[in-house]
Design a protein around this ligand. Structure first.
Ligand code: GTP
Ligand code: MG
Length: 217
């Protein structure tokens, strides 16, 4: 299997639709710490999940073309709330706290894990989770509980490799094949990957297109 066949492909029209959507205004709506604070659903809701420091907030900023809409950091564990961003008055982009941060206290990580789990398992309007995976590391043991949770809750999710600028092309292809092979064994996972870099902009048009495609015609 060539790595290209594990990548999501989009037509020019789909890419243009994604670019048009992401030219619309985007703003921070709120940070949520429990189910009571969840906002009323919009037409579409997608979330970005992944290990701490994988680049969720950076990717969200890059997607909307803003440097600091979502807070990013060298310190893992920066995002501690479920952060809602509103795009074009009809799409929620949701930045989740990272999991698997080794240096968080047990109590802290139990709290974040509960928050992430409750959101993923109970949020009906959530159309897709983009599961971010560091291209240098691939899937790890700490990703397993979230994969299983999304499988049993039937939350549709798609793998997104991040920080691809850190690797050579052939290395990316090796990781892409390994990750796609592993995700193929999960019932709720979308089969194709999107390979991205928030730094170079690689894969952003494809990710925008994937989100726009989830909106009705
Ligand atoms: P938490 O909120 O702590 O879970 O982290 P996060 O997943 O939101 O990661 P964040 O976006 O804060 O980025 C973590 C670090 O990775 C920062 O130092 C970023 O500058 C760096 N980073 C993010 N994306 C990229 C990328 O595409 N390429 C490179 N080289 N570095 C990146
Ligand atoms: Mg973050």
């Amino acid at each position: 299997m060539s790595a290209n066949s594990v990548r999501a492909e989009f037509s020019n029209d789909e890419i243009e639709r994604g670019e048009a959507l992401f030219r619309r205004p985007c703003s921070f709506l709120k940070g949520v710490v429990d189910a009571d604070g969840l906002p009323h659903p919009r037409e579409l809701e997608v979330a970005f999940a992944g290990r701490s420091n994988v680049g969720k907030s950076s990717l969200l900023n890059a997607l909307v073309g803003r440097k600091a809409l979502a807070r990013t950091s060298n310190t893992p564990g920066r995002t501690r709330e479920v952060n809602f961003f509103e795009l074009d008055d009809r799409v929620y982009l949701v930045d989740l706290p990272g999991y698997g941060y080794a240096r968080a206290s047990k109590r802290e990580s139990a709290g974040w894990n509960r928050l992430i789990r409750n959101y993923l398992k109970g949020r009906a309007p959530l159309a897709r989770v983009f599961l971010l995976i560091d291209a240098r590391h691939g899937l790890k043991a700490t990703d397993k509980p979230i994969l299983e949770l999304m499988d049993v809750s039937a939350v549709s999710y798609q793998g997104v490799l991040t920080k691809s600028d850190k690797l050579k092309q052939d290395e990316i292809e090796g990781v892409a094949e390994a990750v796609a092979g592993e995700l193929a064994t999960h019932p709720a996972a979308h089969p194709d990957l999107i390979v991205t870099s928030a730094r170079t902009g690689k894969g952003l048009p494809e990710l925008r297109a994937a989100i726009a495609a989830l909106l009705g015609p």
